[in-house]
Design a binder for this molecule. Structure first.
Ligand code: URA
Length: 269
């Protein structure tokens, strides 16, 4: 292989990082051009039995996820999530679940932070780089802003419980695909049911759309109260801007402030 001078190698890495390719998937580069075409599959003889359906099994972190159809993985996720009787059981089941390919590229399963007994539960979209390293949600720049937002209404991580729709970092912080969110959804729904908060706060559009079943964007949705059925009881739910969006669009903080005041009022009511 041609030797790449150091400076060029660094520039290339910087280019990859800027393009969002910041996750190492293997020790050796893969030459995709050298991949050979798979041989055609011979038609099955009538006497041959179909292959059994693939199953979703536990696997050690960082190995490839089992290749499972999204519907099948979502079904396995529903059954697995339902079988958890406590949050700790749910965490263990999630850590052993390999139906979502994101797990193969993530460093850690980011389950939750804060107080599971809290009256307020916040749900973000998916972990970013810092969260993936630390194994806790909202610890990076947007997490720092979230802490300030909570502080402004007298809350902190001892009085809220925080999770994400997707517990594994998508490579390069891309948005999780609808399939990935659908596979992870049963786990976060069970997490809400087991934590049993009084108020659910969706951080950002994807969280609101996934949990509240709405199509409208966050600008239209934020600040409105919804009823959320946890499976145990009906609770209040509200959506507000994601802190990462507020970092990029600080003028929108005035709307987030209104939402925070509404949450404070609901907690005192
Ligand atoms: N953004 C999210 O949606 N969740 C995190 O945990 C961090 C950033």
């Amino acid at each position: 292989m041609t030797e790449i001078p150091d400076l060029n190698a660094r520039e290339l890495l910087e280019f990859y990082l800027a393009a969002g390719a910041d996750a190492l998937l293997g020790e050796e580069p893969v030459d995709r051009f050298a991949a050979v075409e798979a041989p055609p599959v011979a038609p099955r003889q009538p006497s041959e039995r179909p292959a059994p359906a693939p199953t979703v099994t536990a696997r050690p972190a960082a190995t490839a996820a089992a290749v499972v159809a999204p519907d099948e993985a979502a079904m396995a996720a529903r059954a697995a999530a339902k079988s958890a009787a406590t949050l700790e059981e749910l965490r263990a089941i999630l850590e052993g679940f390999d139906g979502c390919a994101l797990k193969a590229t993530a460093t850690r399963t980011v389950f939750a932070d804060g107080n599971p007994q809290a009256r307020v539960m916040l749900i973000g979209e998916a972990p970013g780089r810092d969260e993936d390293i630390e194994g806790l949600p909202f610890v990076g720049r947007s997490g720092k802003l979230l802490d300030q937002m909570l502080k402004s209404i007298g809350l902190d991580r001892t009085s809220v419980y925080i999770a994400n729709i997707v517990p594994w970092r998508p490579p390069g912080n891309r948005t999780p695909t609808p399939q990935e969110s659908a596979i992870c959804l049963p786990f976060v729904l069970r997490q809400i049911e087991l934590a049993d908060p009084d108020i659910l706060v969706c951080l950002g559009g994807p969280s609101a759309q996934t949990l509240l079943g709405i199509k409208d964007g966050i600008t239209k949705t934020r600040g409105r109260w919804f009823t959320f059925d946890t499976g145990k009881r009906e609770i209040k739910a509200i959506a507000t801007f994601h802190p990462a969006f507020l970092l990029r669009s600080p003028l929108q903080k005035r709307f987030a402030w209104r939402d925070l005041l509404a949450i404070r009022k609901a907690l005192s009511g």
